[in-house]
Design a protein around this ligand. Sequence first.
Ligand SMILES: Cc1ncc(COP(=O)(O)O)c(C=O)c1O
Length: 401
Amino acid sequence: MNTKERTIRYIMNTYGRFDLTLVKGEGCLLYDEDEKEYVDFASGIAVNNLGYDNHAVNEAVINQVKKLIHASNYFYTEPQALLAEKLCKNSFADKVFFCNSGAESVEGAIKLARIYAGKFSKRGYNVIAMQNSFHGRTFGALSATGQDKYHKGFEPLLEGFTHVKFNDFGAVEKLIKSEKGNGYCAVIIEPVQGEGGVNIADKEYMKALRDLTAQNDIVLIFDEVQVGLGRTGKLFAYMNYGVEPDIMTLAKPLAGGLPIGAVLAKDKTAKAFEPGNHATTFGGGPLVTAAANAFFDEITKEGFLDEVLNTGEYVKEALNSLKSKFPDLIKDVRSIGLISAIEFYSIKSKDVAVNLISEGFLTTAVQDKILRLTPPLIIKKGDVDLLIESIVKVLNGHYNK
Ligand SMILES: Cc1ncc(COP(=O)(O)O)c(C=O)c1O
């Protein structure tokens, strides 16, 4: 049996996989079993922000493996403390809770918001979330997720989530100012909806949300699992908006490819958690936090994020000209930093992604007709040119008839 056959035989059938077995990576390149090369515009879904085989992350992991892989959170460990300090000093937050994934960070954020409401704001337990959002697959995160296709078959979900239209301030205001408005303790939103198709929140909307939630002591949660940590060209996505959340979730790229999640909060909110309220065995273990320290140091090096912004602008222009080249096929292109989407009128994004694999490029299909690009943040303009050439070739060859 080869790897594909063994996977199909022994692993539960939860993923619609591409027909490709990956073996190793270097920089922005990935290699399959036959050593065929692929330029990565997926980053393991916005995880491998420094690409592959990054020296600093590798060294940190190797050194820490030799010292201490795991210790219980009943004890102090240096990599965890150092990472928390870095995250706080470089963001709005005062305190961090470490966990193991994006979904878990959302669980932590919802639990923190609810316990804060119970202890301090005295509001109810309901949460306002966005239509078309994605927050993960555990029950709390799934209940916050505003896409029915992920809910199907798993009901009943967690009680107390109301989904409103993204970028529609009136919809949130209406709920909070309604008769039952006091029942809402939190609003959760992705500043950029990644899985939803790279939908970017408006500045004015985010400002209005911040004002309204602050006035009512409602916890504002930004889910930055996908777009935090440099993806938008700013260290955190909220920095594009001139507003700060009360809680922020992080995960995906934080530990350079190892599993980690984090809930960041201001003291005002964080103080609601006391010993025994929330915990996880592996959260913030020394190995992953050693890797995360190295990752964080790399992306906060002088000039790193400027380069992301610069390349991001280049991608944006390239996508705009692509759209003008194919006005009958491409409905819209959206971009912020190094996360972008190409929305087609009728072409299935998965088909385009499959064709691009044959051309040597990895991308991801988010919604049925939306192709997403999330390259490593170290991607070069030359690679962007090559991808665009291949998209042109694929669109001309398969669809432009
Ligand atoms: C915004 C957002 N939140 C949460 C998650 C869930 O993260 P994980 O898959 O690590 O549980 C994702 C994953 O795509 C995400 O994009």
